[in-house]
Every structure is written in C-alpha cells, then in structure tokens.
Design a binder for this molecule. Sequence first.
Ligand code: C2O
Ligand code: CU
Length: 390
Amino acid sequence: GSVPGPTLRVRQGDRVVVTLVNHLPVSTTIHWHGLRLPNAEDGVAGVTQNAVQPGASYTYDFIVKDAGTFWYHSHQDTGNQIPAGLFGALVVEPSEGNVLQALDQTVVMHDMPGGSTLALNGVPGQSHISAAPGENVRLRIINAAPPSMDGGPEAPVLIGAPYRIVALDGHDLAGPGLLGPERIPLGIGQRADLVFTMPAQGSVELVTTQIHGKVDPIEQLIGADSPQASLVIGSGDLPAMPDLTRVPVFDETTYGSNEADPVAAGPFDQTDSVVLGEHPGFRDGGPQLIHTINGSASPNVPPIVVHEGDLVRLHIINQTAEYHPMHLHGHVMSVIAVDGESLRGSPLQLDTVLVGPHETIDVAFRADNPGIWMFHCHVLLHAAFGMDMM
Ligand code: C2O
Ligand code: CU
C-alpha cells in the first residue's frame, strides 16, 4: 500500500521469511539486491524462479549473512515495475556491536510513480525529519531512481555538518575521514551510509543533484541542476546552500585508509573481459538503441562460467559515453583498479560498480555461491535493451 514499500529491518544471522502475495494484474517477483543468498531465493524471473502469477503467492526463505544497507525490488519487467513503485529499503543490523545511532534513517531516492519527479521516501520536494542538537545520525541513502538514457548517477550532497561515509553498498569502509559538502555519485542500485552529529543549532540538509556525461569540471557544471528533492534533518535555520556547481565530486578511490583486500590482490583463477557497447539496431520487433556485452545483446550474451571457489577477475571496459552501474547478483565485488590505477583509499566491496563513460574498471569476486547469477547494467532501459548476462 505504499511507495516505497515498507522498510524491512532484520538482524544478521536471522532467518527471513517473506511471502509475496501478488494482487497485481501482471506477474512479478522480489529480488533482494546485494544479499548473498541461495540462488533459488534470488527472485530473478525466468532464471531462479518462474514469475509469480496474478493471484498467486511465493515464499522467500533465507538466512541473512551480510549486515548493511540493501534494498528489495521487483525483478520482472523491471523497466516498468520499479518506476511504478515496487521497491523498498532493507536494513540488516549486525549480529554483534551496535551501528545504530540515535537516529538511523533510510533515505530512498526514487521517481514518483507515473512521472519522473524525484522523491525521497515517497515525498517530492522538501521533506523533514526531527533530530535534536548533538544527536548522532546515520543516513542510509539508497538510489532507486531511474536515470535518463545516459545512466548518470544521482549525486546527493549533505550540507550543514561534517560527516563520514562509513559504508558503500552495505560494506564498511576502512578509516573513513571527515568530509565537507561533496556530491556523492550513486548509480541506480548503489547505497551510501553517512554518519554525522547534529550541530548545536540549526538543521542539516541532504539535497539531490545529478551527474550527466563524464565527470570533468565542465560537465559537472551541466550536471548540477537545481535541487529537485531535499531532506531537512532537525529544526531551526537551514544551512547556507553552497553553489552546487562548485561542490566537489566525492572520489571513492582515494577515501579512507588503504588497507589490504585479499580478494583484489589475487592471484586470479580466471580473468574475463566484459565489454560494454551500444549501437542502433533492430531488436524485439522494433528499432532500439541496442546495448551489448562482448558484442551481443541479452539473451545472446555467452555466459561466464566459473568453478566454485575460484577467484575471478572481471575486466570491464565501457566503450560508450554512458554510465553503467554493473550489478552482480549473489556476490560481492572488490574493486582492483579504475582506468588501470589501483585504489589509494579504503578497499571497496560493492555489489554494483558504477562504470563511467569510456572508463575501464577491474573487479574481483570469490565465486563461492553456486548457481546461475545475473550480471547486468542496473539502468533499467539499458538492461531492457540488452545489457544483461549470466
Ligand atoms: Cu537490483 Cu538484477 O537487480
Ligand atoms: Cu547501462
């Protein structure tokens, strides 16, 4: 009955049982984006289960291994069903320790169903939540907003308090330092957790911007549209709004402390190239901007076959001028290098890696979860136009 759907909060190690009851006139499923769970619970219609028909029910049943910020969404006809509202936040609290701040708040960025008005937690424009001076806050930002054809990320900016980005895609960063206002690029599907302390007086504001085209100084100017949605935290005066076109873009490759990541270090049992391309053509009975992986469009992209336990490296080459947030189901990818340069900051463990225009990114993952898993661009149009593989 709501958009987004209810926020599900569970504890790491919990057995989670969710029954999907389909009251829609069309078939659907639920995918648990970012969770490492058994293949049969992954919710991919036509791959891990049949789509759940109108009037039918389906029960998902799994044990949650990973703590962090995740989300769930339909994985049937996603280009229509996600923009129409079939998604929600999923928070997994750790089994040990306590990450909860006085205020622990999910912020889902999404389009209002039936249009392309950006909203935060179902509210377009400006919304408010209360927080007391000195209170510690954790914002769990989830990008569920379909971008325009260029696939460009949302880039929310936090104004009014220094903060740390403590996790990306639900995985903790090492040694996250304090930041001032920065535009944090989040491709559709990605998440960022921000932690800060409320100032002694006045409020803190999270404002949205978008990034289009390549992230360079000129195009940043084009990208910093006037804010479309904002969340005000606390009461009192609003913080002074900086010139958003001059706010720097957060660089995840240099943030935090440069600790070792055994998955990114190799040696690798197998390396595969994943070349992202596009060209106009004829597909599904009509003209289309066909989106390809290794020269073919889904369902004709040859799968990558690996053995259980292998350490696999993917060499992702973006030959387009678009952004492609590439999402691997059921596993966590460690970033090795961006355009051939190793990370200088914290290890990055992601389920969705944002590959910028003409960028090359190397990632690695441990193939420790048997089954048929999707690897696809999370830009719903690009996926519908063929940018998916197994
Ligand atoms: Cu968030 Cu294959 O999906
Ligand atoms: Cu894409």
